[in-house]
Design a protein around this ligand. Structure first.
Ligand code: AMP
Length: 280
């Protein structure tokens, strides 16, 4: 596996792969890799891509009181995981390589960025879109892989690509879960054993919703949300939001049908966790 730390290096590597007729697949990550990330890489490999995985903890997407400094990092371990997954090249730039100190520009996919997560993390998606737009321009991938785990992010990136005429395809990948149902996430390491048990109430509630829709054909959002809130209330966690929305506009819907989903966030102690159930 190749490792590039400079934009010029990654551009050269990608140029060579492209001249050999390869399709370029990009998997953007913040590292501390887990099986969710690996499923994105596997999908890119399965699609026959020359697979570029970027690892960059992007300061622009963290609020002033958020966990940028203590976000988990382990580059040695990440490199091992990337090699195991048969990644072609890892792009691991420094902050100064990505942002020169006069950087001003931010990409704002308005309205979509202000809902749901945006209420609790103002400015977050501006930071995400800015770094993703930069990665798209540096690497010029044919495809970029994003997880449904971060549903709002995926929807916003798709909109940015459509609005700004980026010439690539966004490939969504299903959420990978731990054995206890918790969606795999780098932030799960913050959870104590006791908090982790509490955190599972969210995936449990979303699983119940899926069953109610798919098995019992209950599609009335009022009933589904009522039931899920009842389950979440059984644990001492803070429910920040749970909403049924259209998967393109993020506008609220009153019944579940194709292209809708239920997106939620809880806080367990100091740890924020997001999860969702979607009907593509
Ligand atoms: P992150 O490193 O958390 O920024 O995530 C990088 C990419 O991996 C994003 O597209 C996420 O949606 C995706 N991802 C994170 N966790 C999961 C998961 N449990 N299942 C599938 N994709 C995931």
């Amino acid at each position: 596996m190749l490792i590039a730390e400079k934009k010029l290096e990654i551009k050269e590597i990608v140029k060579n792969a492209r001249s050999e007729g390869r399709t370029i697949g990009l998997v953007p990550t913040m590292g501390y890799l887990h099986k969710g990330h690996v499923s994105l890489i596997n999908r890119a490999k399965m699609d026959g891509c020359f697979t570029v995985v970027s690892i960059f903890v992007n300061p622009l997407q963290f609020g002033p009181t958020e966990d940028f400094e203590k976000y988990p990092r382990d580059i040695e371990r990440d490199i091992e995981i990337l090699k195991q997954a048969d990644t072609d090249v890892a792009f691991i730039p420094s902050i100064s390589e990505m942002y020169h100190n006069t950087h001003l520009t931010q990409v704002d996919v308005s309205i979509l960025s202000e809902k749901l997560e945006g209420v609790f993390r103002p400015g977050h998606f501006k930071g995400v879109c800015t770094v993703v737009a930069k990665l798209f321009n540096i690497i010029r991938p044919d495809r970029a892989y994003f997880g449904w785990k971060d549903a709002q992010q995926l929807i916003i990136i798709r909109k940015m690509v459509a609005d700004l005429d980026f010439n690539l395809e966004i490939v969504p990948v299903p959420t990978v879960r731990e054995d206890d149902g918790l969606a795999a996430s780098s932030r799960n390491v913050y959870l104590s054993d006791q908090d982790r048990k509490k955190a599972c109430v969210l995936s449990k509630a979303l699983h119940k919703i899926r069953k109610m829709v798919e098995l019992y054909k209950i599609t009335d959002v009022r009933i589904l949300l009522e039931e899920s809130k009842k389950i979440i209330e059984t644990e001492n966690v803070e429910l920040q939001y749970i909403e049924a929305v259209d998967l393109e506009t993020l506008k609220p819907v009153t019944s579940i049908k194709k292209n809708t989903g239920i997106l939620a966030a809880i806080k367990v102690g100091n740890v924020r966790l997001i999860d969702n159930v979607i009907w593509e």
